[in-house]
Design a protein around this ligand. Structure first.
Ligand code: YCP
Ligand code: CO
Length: 274
């Protein structure tokens, strides 16, 4: 069973959202967490421990989050957050932009923290060519939908869109999403049928064709080969962990021990410990 849940759909004010998004276009975005990205996923902090936009990473801390200059420059998003959430439990709020053609390496969040957080997404600009995943489940988060993501499980995202996918991402200290939400919103659980993305079964010998990339892979295109495998995971029935199985198989077949070690370290960092 996936734990990811579409909580509810918000009725967004298109004009006010457009005003905030236009402002957010001019923010400075950072490339932190590049080891989880093939392509580009850039983010900026709206709320964090210090209120300083240069504190770009998730970290453990006590007490409530503070708004940064970017958070303060977005009145509509601030209002939405105040209306729907108990912000005393908020730890981080970010805007994240996934650029066309980019994919995330399957990973688990919060491994570097003492305590897990509760992750909420609100897509602000997206389309049908953007997908997300939890383990073997591929789904679409549509604009205006509030989603709880179990970011402690292996998850990923991919964009084949021709423009940036823009999401508001919130992290709360509560054990469950319900404890972070103000009472009153209709709350559902699970992923609705029409949000699921079907994949085809693997073709016989499909892995073997990828293994032939052993003749191509080197330190200059390691991330590109990984991107090919991740893109296949979004099309055909691989598990999130299979992405690394395939990558490791390709690196072993290449006969280059440094690439084998790189893939093993990368898997450890993304899925096991850091
Ligand atoms: C995060 N997950 O939420 C990570 C890093 C990709 C998505 C980048 O911080
Ligand atoms: Co993540």
């Amino acid at each position: 069973m996936t734990r990811t849940t579409r909580i509810t759909t918000l009725d967004l004010d298109t004009d006010r959202l457009a005003t905030d998004l236009a402002r957010a276009e001019r923010f400075g975005y950072n490339d932190s967490y590049g080891e989880f990205i093939c392509g580009s996923w850039r983010s900026c902090m709206l709320w964090n421990r210090t209120g300083d936009v240069d504190d770009r990473f998730l970290e453990d801390y006590a007490g409530p989050a503070r708004s940064t200059e970017y958070g303060a420059a977005l009145p509509y998003l601030t209002e939405l957050m105040e209306r729907h959430f108990l912000l005393e439990h908020l730890k981080f709020a970010r805007i994240a932009r996934l650029t066309p053609g980019s994919v995330l390496v399957p990973h688990r969040d919060y491994l570097e923290l003492d305590a897990d957080l509760t992750r909420i997404h609100l897509p602000l600009r997206t389309d049908e060519l953007c997908s997300s995943s939890e383990d073997e489940t591929i789904y679409r988060m549509r604009r205006g939908e509030l989603w709880f993501l179990d970011a402690t499980r292996a998850h990923s995202a991919a964009s084949r869109s021709d423009r940036d996918r823009v999401h508001l991402i919130l992290d709360f200290s509560t054990a469950t999403p319900a404890e972070a939400l103000r009472p009153g919103l209709p709350v559902s659980t699970g992923i609705p049928e029409d949000s699921l993305v079907a994949r085809r079964p693997l073709r016989p010998g499909e892995y073997k064709h990828f293994e032939a990339l052993a003749d191509v892979i080197d330190e200059t295109n390691y991330q590109d080969v990984l991107a090919l495998v991740i893109k296949r995971y979004f099309e055909a029935e691989l598990k999130a962990a299979d992405v690394f199985r395939w990558l490791e198989g390709i690196t072993r077949a290449s006969g280059r021990p440094e690439l084998v070690a790189q893939a093993a370290r990368h898997e450890e960092h993304c899925l096991v410990s850091r």
